[in-house]
Design a protein around this ligand. Structure first.
Ligand code: ZN
Length: 104
């Protein structure tokens, strides 16, 4: 304890809340990540159809979907939206609002 107790802008409670927010966000794992990216709609599906936004858990399913729904469009693997790859790329970027340094 020092003699002068200056009023702090950041109280311990406030910091604790921030730490909690930061660690909860990060520690949420897949659920937290889904929550942040708003990609929950696809569930655990990996691929998203670029033509109709339908999702499929794997390439084969997506190909079946494509053949059934878009027979006139050539199936191009490159055009599929890989939700998982997108998530990985995103999590490696620094995220505003997530303070890794506060992680305990
Ligand atoms: Zn489709």
């Amino acid at each position: 304890m020092t003699g002068k107790a200056k009023p702090k802008k950041h109280t311990a409670k406030e910091i604790a809340a921030k730490v909690d927010a930061a660690t909860t966000n990060r520690g949420g794992g897949k659920a937290g990540q889904m929550d942040r990216t708003g990609k929950d709609k696809g569930g655990h599906s990996k691929f998203e159809c670029p033509h109709c936004k339908s999702t499929a858990p794997d390439l084969k399913s997506m190909q079946i979907h494509h053949d059934a729904r878009h027979p006139k469009i050539p199936f191009e693997e490159d055009k599929l939206i890989n939700l998982h790859a997108d998530n990985v790329a995103e999590s490696s970027k620094p995220r505003p609002g997530v303070r890794g340094s506060f992680k305990k």
